[in-house]
Write a protein that binds this ligand. Structure first.
Ligand SMILES: *[C@@H]1O[C@H](CO)[C@@H](O)[C@H](O)[C@H]1NC(C)=O
Ligand SMILES: *[C@@H]1O[C@H](CO)[C@@H](O)[C@H](O)[C@H]1NC(C)=O
Ligand SMILES: CC(=O)N[C@H]1CO[C@H](CO)[C@@H](O)[C@@H]1O
Ligand SMILES: [Mg+2]
Length: 256
């Protein structure tokens, strides 16, 4: 088994829950740094800009830079620029700033992200009409989560709304974010580590562990965040190992 050179860390449910750090996680990230391992923070967060996410985590005690964060909005901007696409955005107003280098004139695609209370009938209808007006409708979705937990309650995630537009327009959404292999590959490329020398730690069995393993990256599941006991006996996705928390996962990674 190849030695670990790079560690990919999910943020929500691994480093923090809501606005509090998960006990032991700040020290765990520090330990990885002391051992000289490369780290990238791989998140599907689309309700906040990279800048505000990094500043929140810094205030919690984590040490990280914006360059180390891979999130769907910057990856999406990269794709739009590569393809010369002009989006109509159905995203949270807080993240529009991440799209400042993109042209919105005469849109030729729709980008949908976690818009929370901005997923109104009017906003969905607008995106729907723009798609229907294109000869070749292009729909991008920043993630495909069905729901997530916020303040102890389940809430609908972007995947459920993307499915609504897919159904109405007969177009299949292109996903940017976990668990898409291209998203994990971007992270590997950025840290210049081969998949077999990387390891991903996450609380989402399918998106984090399964997504990483589809790219040949070892996937570790933690029993924090959205973890559910049934994850331990999933018929298809088998984590490399399961740890109680990030602190424990890091100890095990460093002793491998
Ligand atoms: C993390 O997991 C380890 C191993 O199970 C446990 O001993 C430790 O108490 C946990 N840390 C916290 C803060 O829960
Ligand atoms: C529909 O497409 C035409 C030209 O392709 C454009 O001028 C018009 O603004 C579009 N309407 C909407 C609602 O997007
Ligand atoms: C798979 C994954 O990381 N899901 C996260 C998606 O984003 C929300 C916040 O917008 C998190 O709560 C989920 O854990
Ligand atoms: Mg998570």
């Amino acid at each position: 088994m190849a030695a670990v050179e790079g560690v990919l860390l999910d943020i929500t449910g691994v480093l923090k829950e809501g606005n509090s750090p998960i006990e032991g996680s700040v020290e765990a990230v520090q330990k990885l740094r002391e051992k000289g391992l490369k780290i990238r923070f791989v998140t599907n967060e689309t309700q906040e800009t990279k800048r505000s996410l990094v500043s929140k985590l810094t205030n919690m005690g984590f040490s990280l830079s914006e360059d180390e964060v891979i999130s769907p909005c910057p990856a999406m901007v990269h794709e739009l620029q590569n393809k010369g696409l002009r989006p109509h955005l159905l995203v949270h107003p807080r993240v529009v700033e991440d799209f400042s280098t993109v042209s919105f004139e005469d849109p030729n695609c729709v980008v949908i992200g976690d818009s929370a209370e901005h997923f109104t009938y009017d906003n969905l209808n607008k995106a729907f009409r723009i798609l229907m007006n294109l000869s070749e409708p292009i729909l991008y979705s920043l993630g495909k989560g069905k729901y997530f937990k916020e303040d102890g309650e389940l809430v609908l995630d972007v995947g459920s709304y993307a499915a609504c537009l897919e159904f109405a327009t007969g177009t299949k959404a292109r996903i940017v974010g976990k668990p898409e292999p291209s998203f994990f590959r971007t992270a590997l490329q950025m840290m210049q580590v081969d998949p077999e020398k990387a390891i991903m730690v996450g609380d989402d069995l399918i998106s984090d562990v399964g997504g990483a393993q589809n790219c040949g990256i070892r996937g570790v599941l933690v029993r924090t965040g959205k973890f559910r006991p049934s994850d331990e006996t999933h018929p298809e996705v088998k984590p490399f190992f399961i740890a109680d928390n990030l602190s424990n996962a890091v100890s095990r990674i460093l002793s491998m």
